[in-house]
Design a protein around this ligand. Structure first.
Ligand SMILES: Nc1ncnc2c1ncn2[C@@H]1O[C@H](COP(=O)(O)OP(=O)(O)OP(=O)(O)O)[C@@H](O)[C@H]1O
Length: 291
């Protein structure tokens, strides 16, 4: 174990509808046993970016523990400028896509061991206009599903399942895209187009089987048709898609223009309908502790 002096613990009290008191108590008792100082910040949902910047400006932390979902982590990623402070995940959101991709276990003691251990990966982050994306962002059918899910009362996987048929029924797919990258311009039609730095969605569906989160590139994925056979492959561990249905290519920077406004999402948060987005690798990476 590195010589850890001080840890910042960021707790989102509402994420995933989970009471985190016992989790925090357990973490605190381990830190006390090991004589590691700590500070706890509870998010409020208002002004958290600015409050965390103030805390990080005031002092240096060796580690930051995050108890929340993808949204809480993304908020930290947007303000954490010091790439030597590694982040530990305690996945407690309704969507924990990054933890799923990094194989963070469910067991709290294992999570604490990882958080205090020395195994790290510095993941690439995507910059989409002014926002950070940590794993997958997309145009089309999946973003429409997230929009309908956010408007419904039922959370979790069942909530997504219940919204899947109405989403398919109402969708105006296929969507027409013009994609500009590496001085090329191509036109494609598809049910969804994703920018992906990760292999899977938080639900576990594998859409970008060969992705590496720290390789300095990300992938553009286009599902050209609503093909049940190819969609079922995302739920298995099969890693070869039919190239006539699924096109995947690596980029460092890309611009996508839609021929009409299309639903768009970043890391599971619906962002409205958009006609154009520019995506590039962030100049910063995010160091995360892994098993
Ligand atoms: N104390 C709080 N009260 C209400 N909202 C909060 C609070 N703290 C953080 N938030 C909100 O929590 C969201 C981030 O939650 P996160 O994505 O980490 O977990 P989640 O369970 O996946 O949440 P969601 O179901 O809303 O996506 C942000 O929208 C943030 O504004």
């Amino acid at each position: 174990m590195e010589n850890l002096q001080k840890v910042l613990i960021i707790v989102n009290p509402i994420s995933g509808n989970i009471d985190k008191t016992d989790i925090v108590d357990r973490i605190v008792s381990v830190l006390n046993e090991k004589n590691i100082a700590f500070e706890i910040y509870k998010t409020t949902g208002e002004n958290d970016h600015a409050e965390i910047v103030k805390i990080l400006d005031r002092q240096k932390f060796d580690r930051i523990f995050v108890l929340g979902g993808d949204g809480t982590l993304k908020m930290l990623a947007e303000v954490l400028k010091d790439e030597t402070t590694a982040v530990a995940l305690f996945p407690t959101g309704s969507a924990n896509g990054l933890s799923v991709n990094l194989n963070i276990p469910d067991n709290l003691n294992s999570q604490i061991d990882i958080a205090l251990g020395g195994n790290k990966i510095s993941i690439d982050m995507l910059k989409i206009e002014d926002e950070i994306c940590l794993h997958i962002s997309d145009f089309g059918l999946n973003a429409e599903l997230i929009k309908n899910y956010e408007a419904s009362a039922i959370r979790g996987k069942m909530g997504y399942l219940l919204q899947s048929l109405p989403t398919l029924w109402e969708s105006r797919y296929p969507f027409d895209f013009t994609i500009k990258y590496n001085d090329k311009e191509i036109k494609r039609s598809g049910v969804f187009l994703a920018f992906s730095n990760a292999q899977k969605y938080g639900t576990g569906a594998v859409v970008n089987p060969n992705a590496k989160m720290d390789d300095g590139i990300f992938e553009v994925l286009i599902f050209k048709d609503f093909d049940v056979k190819e969609i079922l492959k995302t739920l298995s561990n099969e890693i070869e898609f039919d190239p006539n249905i699924v096109e995947i290519f690596p980029v460092k920077e890309v611009e996508v223009f839609c021929h009409q406004p299309v639903s768009f999402q970043i890391d599971g948060e619906y962002c409205g309908e958009k006609e154009k987005v520019s995506v590039k690798l962030s100049t910063r990476k995010l160091p995360i502790l892994i098993p």
